[in-house]
Write a protein that binds this ligand. Structure first.
Ligand code: GLP
Length: 240
């Protein structure tokens, strides 16, 4: 894993944008694996600005990591809404080329199978990731098998608490989500993982220096041949 330590969130977003832009320019028909959360917003702002300057996403396809079960675009807490609001509505991408699990699918099993089949066809040229404070990636909580594919997950209490800040009340945070599995993530040609802030420092340390273990899902990234981690000083504070 290549580790890049930068000063703060803005520098992390600058560096992430450099890497993302290289992929978009080299693969104008490529597949971007995208993520939600606070971490990638700075990167998305830079992509929007760059698109205004002429970089086109007209033929780019996207696959997103995860979605809350029970929410869809009609809810402003859904991840599909987040993606449109923070990126897709501001670039020249064709919304038909953007993919995410349908949180309101009637048959969850069929929805997971549909998404897995789609990921077989749309191998990510790059997969962007944030990091949960408990070491989760996408919504793959500690204990998720490395061989997992898209599935429905019961969210851990710590994840519900972390994400409650984005809801009016913690009781509104869905208890389940659809998520790409770790195998789907590892299938990407290139992985870019970002982490900012002191609450990520422990997970960052374990991900880099700990053993590769299902108790820390992000540790699987040590096994990926082309993975770059960009962290700010606060997230890097426990590293030697
Ligand atoms: C959620 C998402 C993850 C994300 C994580 C960290 O649990 N499912 O994909 O990486 O939150 O979020 P943030 O970037 O807001 O810290």
């Amino acid at each position: 894993m290549k580790v890049i330590v930068v000063k703060d969130y803005e520098q992390m977003s600058d560096k992430a944008f450099e890497i993302m832009k290289q992929v978009v320019v080299a693969n104008p028909n490529g597949v971007l694996g995208l993520a939600t959360g606070t971490t990638p917003i700075g990167l998305y702002k830079r992509m929007i600005e760059d698109c205004k300057q002429g970089t086109s996403y007209k033929n780019i396809k996207t696959v997103n990591l995860d979605e809350y079960k029970g929410l869809d675009v009609t809810s402003d807490q859904s991840y599909v809404y987040f993606m449109r609001d923070n990126l897709f509505n501001h670039i020249d991408i064709d919304l038909n080329n953007t993919n995410i699990e349908n949180g309101k699918a009637e048959n969850a099993e069929e929805e997971c199978a549909r998404y897995n089949a789609l990921l077989e066809v749309l191998q990510q040229d790059i997969q962007l990731l944030g990091l949960g404070s408990n070491g989760h990636i996408a919504f793959n909580e500690p204990g998720t098998p490395f061989g997992s594919v898209t599935h429905v997950v019961d969210l851990q209490e710590s994840t519900i608490k972390d994400n409650a800040r984005l809801f009016n009340d913690i009781s509104e945070v869905p208890r389940q989500a659809f998520t790409m599995g770790l195998k789907n993530i590892m299938n990407a040609k290139k992985i870019l993982i970002l982490a900012s802030g002191a609450n990520k420092a422990k997970a960052v340390y374990g991900m880099i220096h700990g053993e590769v273990t299902e108790s820390l899902p992000a540790s699987v990234l040590q096994l990926h041949p082309d993975c770059t981690l960009i962290i700010d000083e606060a997230a890097a504070s426990l590293l030697k």
